[in-house]
Design a protein around this ligand. Structure first.
Ligand SMILES: [Zn+2]
Length: 279
């Protein structure tokens, strides 16, 4: 069943668990996410980033996910991850996505609010949910404290945009971490006190489990996992090739290895996010 973000996240925030948003790049990754979530009876978010459009055209993503989710026993959100352009949002909505993320976080507050409102105006009439980002989540391996989300700005941002979920910057980064990640849990708690919409952490791969366990009850209802899906898929292919690879190795065998490894990643995160059995 295909649903929007609030259908799974409002219950999650209230219930003190989080729903994983797993990035997909091709058919095998979609299959891995649906298989892992189905086995554990967990709601799940399939996230497709604007930057992967060269691998998988948006209408094909929507057709594949919608078709495969019909047979899934769990609620599935089809979510456009990190759109910088309103054009991508329009395309995703047209293709049948149920949720979109507008990322105006590079801009000053007023511009971020303005572009986010435009995204909401495109999405709402079509019944599509919107996630936005306030504060910046870097891609440099180290979180920058001066880019962390300001709690007072978060309140203003929510009041003026009315988005369904808010991605905050409190210590996570995109990609691999340099050194040990930390989370500013005190800041997260201050944001959550006045922002009642589900909060989102991007860059969940590699954050120590004890920190994530502390963050979830503070209002984090969506956690994004991208890097680890890719790394474990690649590692599985590499291990298979070095153990059994020969001149007859078939591409589809490698894809099954990658897919199975990714099912493992999905299940591991669902277990510790607490969403197993919540479908
Ligand atoms: Zn992100």
């Amino acid at each position: 069943m295909i649903v929007d973000l609030p259908s799974v996240l409002v219950k999650a925030r209230r219930g003190g668990y989080a729903v994983g948003a797993f990035n997909v790049y091709n058919l095998e990754t979609v299959d891995a996410v649906l298989a892992g979530a189905g086995e554990l009876r967990s709601p799940v978010i399939i996230a497709f980033g604007e930057r992967y459009l060269k691998n998988f055209p948006i209408r094909a993503v929507a057709a594949v996910v919608r078709t495969m989710a019909q047979d899934s026993p769990v609620p599935v959100v089809l979510h456009l991850d990190h759109a910088n352009r309103l054009e991508s949002i329009e395309q995703a909505i047209g293709a049948g996505f149920t949720s979109v993320m507008i990322d105006g976080s590079k801009n000053p507050l007023e511009e971020n609010i303005a572009v986010t409102k435009e995204a909401v105006a495109l999405a709402r009439p079509k019944g599509v949910s919107v996630e936005a980002e306030l504060g910046r989540i870097t891609r440099t391996g180290v979180a920058a404290e001066d880019l962390f989300t300001d709690p007072a700005e978060a309140v203003e941002f929510m009041k003026r945009t009315g988005v369904d979920a808010l991605a905050v910057s409190v210590g996570t980064v995109h990609g691999l971490y340099k050194g040990k990640p930390t989370l500013d849990l005190e800041r997260l708690a201050r944001i959550a006190m006045d922002v009642h919409a589900p909060l989102v952490l991007h860059g969940g791969s590699g954050v120590p489990e004890d920190l994530i366990r502390k963050a979830i009850p503070l209002g984090v209802a969506k956690l994004n996992i991208n890097t680890e899906m890719s790394i474990e898929g690649v590692n599985a292919v590499r291990a298979f090739l070095s153990a059994k690879g020969n001149e007859n190795t078939r591409l589809e065998e490698l894809m099954v290895e990658a897919r199975n490894a990714m099912v493992g990643v999905v299940k591991r995160y669902i277990e510790f996010f607490g969403s197993a059995g919540k479908a």
